[in-house]
Ligand binder design. Structure first.
Ligand code: ADP
Length: 500
């Protein structure tokens, strides 16, 4: 994709201009050839043959340029990433605090230097080879002058100096045109090598079967069932999920817990069909997810990922993106913001909901991570989807905002299917059901009380969460976060509207 992206802007235009170059060269060549034919046919053949070394040189170096570019895709990527990091305001504080500026600059310089050295070497060799072939052309022009003079005498043509020069100039002109045509041909060859990457990129098939125009996903979803689902990421031998049997139901909230790498996020990726299961199947009200039209499926599932998407748009657009068709519906955007606890914060911005959330733009404002998280949660609320997936939705929130959000999620889950992934807030009432995952498998499930009574993995995690042990390395938890919300907030632990 990197190669295709890099070449797609310039190469097609280059091919076009090269093609028109061939036409112009052909016209020039034809007129010069017509003059030479009045004198001698072998002269014309010589003109064609003399250019062949140049053609070969250009073909060879065209292919070498492509091979070089192909082989250093990773180096180019590294240069771009490292270069970008050094001007990224979000990353700079970390670079400075770790004292990494010189190291990163050194890494960047190392990659950039090897890049330039390869370019210099290639261009030096190419120039040398091209110069050699041009010398051949120049020598041939001298030879042609001598040959025309020889013809003049041997055939008794009685040409004047001007007459000889006319043929020599026609030869030079024809040669130039022929060289131009050759250059265009080799340019097209080189350009088409690069365009092959673009073609190959377009031919890449998605890792899943896309059913556009398949079944429309129903507005009300009663059940999503994972049946013996196993999944391996493309090009990975390890199973990220294996033997997962799990049913999510309308009106029920489920909390997925487990150490990093347990497969929680992967499970949600399968749910919105970023990937399809390697084995087993996922059924939505009894129908395989693959049967549904992808757009309508994703419209029905609101997801907030851990790496939330911060768009350089206004707050209104950032939230409205959750449902592009209703993006301009101010009341709906404000309601989504209110539910995510973002409304007051946005209204305090200089232009309120019309403030651009990026300081790189005029009058733009920067938000904190916690504020961004609320905006992104509001975006998912905007969708009003029957299924809602929140991956660590409270990770960047302060205690108060977290409590309010969990209340909202509790309220929302009564009318939808809510899937929550969290290391935090492992306390009674957080969800109707808790599913504990480890190494891609479900190891426990049940309600909070049952799992605590069982004394298994969840009980251990909850104990860690609720005690100072959470800061010990073997916990496998995000220790600093786990201690941050130790105080018991009654409101958070109680499901609004649920039976006491
Ligand atoms: P969790 O959300 O529980 O922390 P994940 O679902 O992100 O765990 O990861 C499960 C496993 O899948 C891990 O072993 C992880 O390394 C692997 N994994 C996650 N994303 C990818 C990916 N894009 N490509 C390959 N492997 C991945």
């Amino acid at each position: 994709m990197t190669r295709a992206q890099r070449e797609c802007a310039s190469r097609p235009l280059e091919l076009l201009s090269r093609t028109t170059g061939i036409v112009t060269a052909a016209i020039n060549f034809a007129s010069m050839a017509a003059i030479l034919l009045t004198l001698d046919v072998p002269l014309l053949a010589a003109m064609v043959v003399i250019c062949l070394p140049m053609l070969v040189v250009q073909m060879i170096y065209g292919a070498k340029t492509y091979t070089l570019e192909y082989g250093r895709t990773d180096t180019r990527r590294m240069i771009e990433i490292l270069g970008g990091m050094q001007i990224d305001r979000k990353i700079l504080p970390q670079i400075i605090s770790f004292g990494l500026s010189d190291y990163l600059f050194g890494r960047w310089l190392g990659s950039a230097e090897s890049f330039v050295q390869q370019d210099v070497r290639l261009h030096r060799n190419r120039t040398a080879a091209e110069t050699l072939s041009s010398v051949l052309v120049t020598i041939s022009t001298v030879g042609v002058t001598a040959y025309v003079v020889y013809l003049n005498f041997s055939r008794g043509l009685a040409l004047t100096v001007g007459g000889v020069m006319m043929y020599v100039t026609a030869f030079g002109g024809g040669l130039g045109a022929w060289q131009g045509a050759m250059r265009s041909v080799t340019g097209i060859y080189e350009g088409s090598l690069f365009l092959l990457d673009l073609v190959a990129f377009h031919k890449l098939r998605p890792v899943q079967t896309l059913h556009r125009g398949g079944r429309s996903t129903p507005e009300a979803i009663h059940e999503i069932r994972f049946e013996n689902v196993g999944f391996r990421y493309p090009n990975s031998a390890a199973w990220a999920l294996r033997g997962v049997d799990l049913t999510f139901r309308h009106g029920q909230s489920t909390l997925l817990v487990g150490p990093n790498g347990a497969g929680k996020t992967t499970l949600t990726k399968l749910l919105i069909r970023l990937y399809d299961p390697t084995e087993g199947r996922i059924l939505l009200d009894g129908v395989d997810l693959r049967e549904f039209d992808l757009t309508s499926l994703r419209r029905r599932i609101g997801v907030v990922f851990q790496d939330f998407l911060c768009l350089p748009f206004t707050a209104q657009e950032n939230i409205g993106c959750g449902d592009v068709r209703n993006m301009q519906d101010q009341a709906r955007v404000r309601e989504a913001a209110r539910r995510a606890g973002a409304q007051e914060m946005i209204e305090r911005l200089p232009a309120g909901f019309d403030t651009v959330l990026n300081r790189m733009f005029k009058d733009g404002q920067e938000l904190s991570y916690g504020q961004w998280q609320r905006v992104c949660i509001a975006r998912s609320f905007m969708k009003q989807a029957p299924v809602c997936v929140l991956d660590e939705p409270t990770a960047s929130l302060d205690v108060e905002a977290e409590a309010a959000l969990l209340r909202e999620i509790n309220r929302m889950s009564l009318a939808s299917m809510c899937i929550l992934i969290s290391h935090r807030a492992l306390r009674p009432g957080i969800a109707d059901r808790i599913v504990v995952m480890s190494q891609g498998r479900i190891v426990e499930s049940g309600d909070y009380t049952g799992l605590i009574a069982r004394g298994g993995e969840f009980a251990r995690l909850a104990r860690l969460y609720q005690s100072a042990e959470a800061i010990q390395p073997e916990s496998g938890f995000v220790e600093s976060q786990a201690t941050a919300i130790m105080s018991d907030d009654e409101a958070v632990g109680t499901r609004v509207g649920a039976a006491p």
